[in-house]
Write a protein that binds this ligand. Structure first.
Ligand code: ARG
Length: 456
């Protein structure tokens, strides 16, 4: 091939230069994130091939050991940032095969027996997502804990409860903090749900229709530590993209909570409110106005939520009219998926730090109570004396101007019912956080074990 030849010779045929660059697209860079998973997936596949009951064997157990050692070397290069995907490789899958063929000759050429890049990329994405979801579940539990601790520490500090953003009824910092802790815990259960959905092995589906070889799909699933193989070979391939969409929906749900917390913090840290303060070092300055210390971090959390929701939407758009079977469109679901996972994790971590650093100004919080905030409480006090509620409502409505500002501390001490200002069960939050953490820790040690057994 000379320099002016517009074609490039690849492992799978000669391809026009510009077409190759266009079709490989961002895989040349994005696939580096999947390189580790690709090594583990290949290690499981060659192990299975070496146990396949055929004569002559595709690979002997000793040859499989050699391939796994070669994969171990690649894994090290990946971790040192020294692994390369060349344009001619198109993606990580053929880059790994090329490198194994360069070092092991025919053995390298055998590893793709009985599989396709379609099931290979599907398994890589699931292995990658498994690790990232476990990271995210840990960080999300930490955010729930930060919000619970904030609420618990300041549980007795009164805070005006708002509807339509207008002052409404007496509430507390405890209710504010744990309202979001509870939302985050619900988001966490959606993360667990998609973790379970992800925990199924597509390997062996090959192009989407299986192969005429006695492959053992249960074995590769077990070797990779999945709960089970995906049963139907075509579904194993069609689930690509759909799974990413479902995961992004769970991430989007979490990001909506993140963004709403950020929005509340922007409001309540305004000088006009002064309820809370984020540490000075979390603010950023202006290039012209020396007085500024802006909550850019909170604003970016709001935009990140929009981005993550958009990534889910992008994938839905790619998928909704996709015919069954593999289509190259699926490659374009990779970037929004990888980005969504990264952005969500970074956001959750940053928000937890903001919450941990949050300072409370009880004086400003108490000063925000005016007589009107107690109007409903006054009406209900009349109900307690025997007046029908609607009469009490009208009586108070007609005498609003005469309402004295009552004691907010007393007002919040009076709501002792379940989940009210004086009826919050902080132990409940701690228990749920502990349970989520224990499940994630068990999964993490299972995954670690699996990896050690696959590539020493
Ligand atoms: N890079 C490709 C992707 O992400 C790998 C699968 C290619 N398969 C194919 N039949 N061209 O989808």
């Amino acid at each position: 091939m000379n320099a002016s030849d517009p074609n490039k010779k690849t492992t799978v045929g000669t391809i026009d230069d510009e077409i190759l660059a266009f079709t490989a697209g961002k895989d040349l860079v994005l696939d580096l994130q999947l390189a580790e998973a690709d090594c583990y997936g290949s290690a499981a596949h060659v192990t299975m091939l070496s146990r396949m009951p055929v004569t002559p064997p595709v690979l002997t157990p000793a040859e499989a050991d050699q391939v796994r050692a070669g994969l171990g070397t690649i894994l090290q290069q990946v971790r040192q940032g020294a692994f390369e995907i060349q344009t001619e490789d198109q993606d990580v899958h053929l880059a790994v095969e090329r490198q194994l063929t360069e070092t092991l000759g025919d053995l390298g050429k055998k590893i793709h027996t009985g599989r396709s890049r379609n099931d290979q990329v599907a398994v890589d994405l699931r292995l990658f997502a498994r690790d990232r979801l476990l990271d995210l579940i840990g960080d999300t539990a930490h955010l729930a804990e930060a919000l619970t601790a904030f609420g618990e520490t300041h549980q007795k500090v009164p805070m005006v409860g708002r509807t339509h953003m207008q002052p409404a009824m007496p509430s507390s910092v405890g209710v504010w903090g744990t309202s979001f802790a509870e939302a985050v815990l619900e988001d966490l259960s959606s993360l667990r749900h998609v973790y379970t959905l992800n925990d199924q092995c597509p390997l062996g589906a090959a192009a989407g229709y299986g192969v005429p070889l006695p492959i053992d799909r249960q074995l590769t699933s077990d070797l990779l530590g999945f709960s089970r193989p995906i049963h139907n070979v075509s579904h194993a391939i069609n689930a690509r993209g759909k799974l990413e969409m479902q995961i992004l929906q769970a991430l989007g749900q979490l990001m909506v909570t993140v963004s709403r917390i950020a929005q509340d913090l922007m409001l309540y840290t305004l000088p006009e409110f002064g309820y809370f303060r984020i540490p000075k070092a979390f603010g950023t300055g202006s290039s012209i106005m020396p007085n500024k210390n802006n909550p850019d971090v909170l604003e970016l959390l709001r935009s990140k939520a929009a981005l993550v929701l958009g990534y889910g939407q992008s994938i839905s758009m790619i998928l909704h009219a996709a015919p069954g079977g593999y289509n190259r469109d699926l490659q374009d679901t990779k970037e929004p998926f990888l980005e969504g996972l990264a952005v969500t994790r970074a956001s959750v971590r940053i928000l937890a730090r903001c919450v941990e650093g949050l300072e409370v100004n009880p004086d400003r919080l108490r000063a925000a109570f005016d007589g009107g905030v107690f109007a409903t409480d006054v009406a209900l006090a009349k109900v307690a004396e025997g007046m029908p509620f609607r009469d009490a409502y009208h009586y108070v409505k007609e005498h609003l101007a005469e309402l004295d500002s009552a004691d907010p501390d007393e007002a919040i001490a009076r709501k002792t019912h379940l989940g009210g200002t004086a009826g919050l069960d902080f132990g409940l939050y701690h228990d749920r956080i502990r349970t989520a953490r224990a499940a994630a820790a068990a999964d993490r040690s299972h995954v670690l074990n699996i990896k050690q057994n696959l590539i020493a």
